[in-house]
Write a protein of this length. Structure first.
Length: 326
C-alpha cells in the first residue's frame, strides 16, 4: 500500500518493517526460561504464552507493523545529577502514539482495522523489530538502528491488512552480530547484567531508579541518576554517530537537561506538573524526590528535614543519614 509507506515517511520514520502475526512457538522456550528464573521486572509481562502471541489475543490481526522513532538530540550530561536522555523531552508514550495514529488513519481510510501500541502491551517489541528489519538487537539488549543507533522508541500497529513480510529469523535475534566482538557495554554496565543470553531486567539500573523499593546495596549505584541510566548506550560505538531526532517534542527541556536537586526535593504538586509532562512523571512525585535525596546524600550535601514530607521519604532520609554519616 503506497499510501501507507508515504505517510510513514512523511512522518520522518525511516526504520520500520512488517511481521506476520502469529504465535512464535520457537521463541516460547526463551520466555519460559525467563519466567522460570524470575528475570522480569514488575513493568513486564512474564507469561511466556502472552509474550509470544503477536495477535495479543485478537484473532482478526494479520500483520504487525514495527516502527522506530528517534529521540536523540545530543549526548550532554549534567555534572551534578541527570535524567536519562529518553526522559528529557515530552512523554514519549503520547508522542509516539500520536504518530502511530496518523499511520493507523491511513489503514482506516482504506477499510482496514488497526490498533496502536507503545510500551503498553505484552509484545516482545525488540524481537518483533529484529524480525521486521527495523533494527538489530545489540549486546546491551537494545534495538540498534542504522541511522539513530539505539536512541529510538518502538511502537507497533496491529492490523488486519495483509502484506508480504520479508522477515528475519527470530532465532538470530540474540546472536548480536551487529556488535561483532565488541563487549564494551557488558563491561560498563553498573550492575553487570548484560553477560549471557538471559539477563535480569530487575537488576537493570534504569529499573532500579524507577522501583519504589530500593536496597541499601543499590543506593551507591545511583551516582546521580534521577531516572533511567544510559550507560550501555553512551559507551556503545554504534551510537557515536547517531543522528539527531527530527521530532521536536523530544528536544530536552531545560529543567530536565540541568536538573535542580533542591527544586525537585522541595516540589509540590504544582511544580510536579511540569515533570508529569515527561516520561519520568508516571512513577510519581515521591520517587523523583527520593532519587534527588539519594543524589544529595551521596555528595555529602544536606537533606533538609522538611523535604521528607511523607513516611516513605522520612524513612529514606534516615537510611541515607546513617549510610553516609551525615
Amino acid at each position: 500500500m503506497k499510501e501507507l509507506h508515504d505517510r510513514i515517511r512523511k512522518l520522518g520514520i525511516e526504520h520500520y518493517g512488517f511481521v506476520k502475526a502469529r504465535r512464535l512457538e520457537g521463541s516460547r522456550e526463551y520466555f519460559l526460561e525467563r519466567e522460570k528464573r524470575k528475570l522480569s521486572t514488575t513493568f513486564e509481562e512474564s507469561d511466556a504464552d502472552l509474550r509470544t502471541d503477536l495477535t495479543l489475543g485478537m484473532p482478526w490481526v494479520r500483520t504487525v507493523i514495527s516502527l522506530a522513532i528517534p529521540y536523540y538530540y545530543d549526548s550532554y550530561i549534567s555534572k551534578g545529577a541527570y535524567f536519562s536522555l529518553y526522559s528529557q523531552g515530552k512523554d514519549y508514550h503520547a508522542v509516539v502514539r500520536g504518530m502511530l495514529s496518523e499511520v493507523s488513519a491511513v489503514l482506516s481510510a482504506n477499510g482496514f482495522r488497526s490498533e496502536v501500541f507503545c510500551d503498553d502491551n505484552a509484545l516482545p517489541e525488540r524481537l518483533i523489530a529484529h524480525m521486521a528489519g527495523t533494527g538489530s538487537i545489540g549486546r546491551n539488549h537494545l534495538l540498534i538502528t542504522r541511522k539513530y543507533g539505539s536512541y529510538v522508541f518502538l511502537g507497533e500497529i496491529l492490523t488486519d491488512w495483509e502484506t508480504e513480510a520479508d522477515e528475519r529469523d527470530p532465532e538470530d535475534a540474540l546472536k548480536h552480530t551487529i556488535c561483532g566482538e565488541c563487549d564494551i557495554c557488558q563491561r560498563a554496565c553498573p550492575t553487570s547484567i548484560l553477560h549471557g543470553e538471559y539477563y535480569d531486567t530487575s537488576r537493570c539500573m534504569s529499573y532500579i531508579t524507577q522501583d519504589k523499593k530500593v536496597k541499601d546495596e543499590d543506593i551507591d549505584l545511583f551516582r546521580g541518576r534521577l531516572f533511567g541510566c544510559d550507560t550501555c548506550q553512551r559507551v556503545c560505538p554504534l551510537n557515536k554517530f547517531a543522528e539527531r531526532s527530527h521530532v521536536s517534542l523530544f528536544q530536552p527541556l531545560p529543567y530536565m537537561r540541568d536538573p535542580d536537586l533542591n527544586e525537585i526535593m522541595a516540589m509540590d504538586n504544582k511544580t510536579f506538573n511540569k515533570y508529569r509532562e515527561t516520561s519520568s512523571g508516571w512513577r510519581g512525585k515521591k520517587l523523583l524526590k527520593r532519587n534527588a535525596m539519594i543524589a544529595l546524600a551521596s555528595k555529602g550535601m544536606e537533606i533538609r528535614e522538611e523535604y521528607a514530607d511523607t513516611e516513605y521519604l522520612k524513612d529514606m532520609r534516615e537510611r541515607l543519614l546513617k549510610r553516609y554519616n551525615l
